[in-house]
Ligand binder design. Sequence first.
Ligand SMILES: [Zn+2]
Length: 425
Amino acid sequence: MLTKVRLPAEKRIEVVHVSLMRDPKFALFAGLFMVGKITIVESEHYTASTNGRDAKYGRTFVDSLTDKELAFLIMHENMHKCYRHLTTWRKLWEVNAGIANNACDFVINIQLHDMDPQETCLAFPRDKTTGQRIGCFDERFRGMDAKQVFDILMEEGGDEGEDGDEGDGPSGDKDSDEGGNGTKRKGFGKFPTLDEHEWEDAQNGMTEDEKKQLERDIDQVLRQGGIYAGKVGGNIPREIGELLKPKIDWRAVLHRFVRTSLKDRDSASWRKAHKNFLWQDVILPSILGKRMKWLVIGMDTSGSIQGQLLTDFLSEMNGCLASVGADRVDVIYWDAEVAGHETYKGNTKNIVHKTNPKGGGGTDPDVVVDFMQEKRMTPDALIMLSDGHMRTNKQKWAAIKAPTLWCILGNDKYEVPNGQKLVIR
Ligand SMILES: [Zn+2]
């Protein structure tokens, strides 16, 4: 089973990263492992630590762990990164460092336990002699965030027993480089922790630009990871799903879009039929309550829309479809020409996991008009997604009868050839 000669810590960490990435349960985190750098610390009593970007692992400690325990430790550090604990909860750390440390770990460890309760990939590191878990674990904190756990721990008496470190957060933290193996350390709260949290380094060890970049990187790798996890059949824990909610309230946007579109198109004839203007209050809302029958999404996959932008598009599209619930959705990928076309009927939720974006060339949205005419597409609505760095032929777009919403990422100067414009950040 286990070979006698262990690979060095550096290599084992790499191997564990790869096996976690391949497992649908952890595919979500695939990109996160690549954020920041990894250092092996030679100190004998060092377990692990993170500043929210980089991770450090103690060689002796890693050597003492089984592969599954090491996977747990690696996931633990990456969950701190994922939740941006060291910036989000800095205020708690300033109030009480020990309890803040404990609270963050209670949150992570119960989630890791629940992601793999049978311990097929991850096993909570245990003390080899006592069999006790090394680190904070309590089932009552299931589903809570660090603030909720913090409040409970504070109410239950703070980190009494820690001399002189109460209430003054930052003190006594830097000297704790020699983190013990599940032993009680100064500034580390009542409960032994698995690792150290470098709050000071998270605050002062990075420039403001680096912090912003880190925030963007983590957001992006999780969004990409979410799409990838969907494709390989993995699920996304609710807590992390919260972080990945679309940035736009699609329900509101689309309702406004449909309402104004219908009004523009039909108001004259409707007014004739309903002289008392009842339609405004009664009939229109009932129309809006209906499902959309056919939606076409024209997605810009030109060279300028790669990486982060395409990821943003896909997650916005998913939010849009979850809200609309259309009977049929056509996705047209376009760059200088139509590069791909997909049709979804029936359950259009989560189609983002089935999509296969194609493209990469120049930018010419007019090809969507030709394509729709050629395929005789007459949808209820058309949504175009693009960064808006292009030209469009206004006359050509007059042929599109469907209400059109242009979602433009970034470039608010772009003038849409028809329909409405929504500038996204
Ligand atoms: Zn931790």
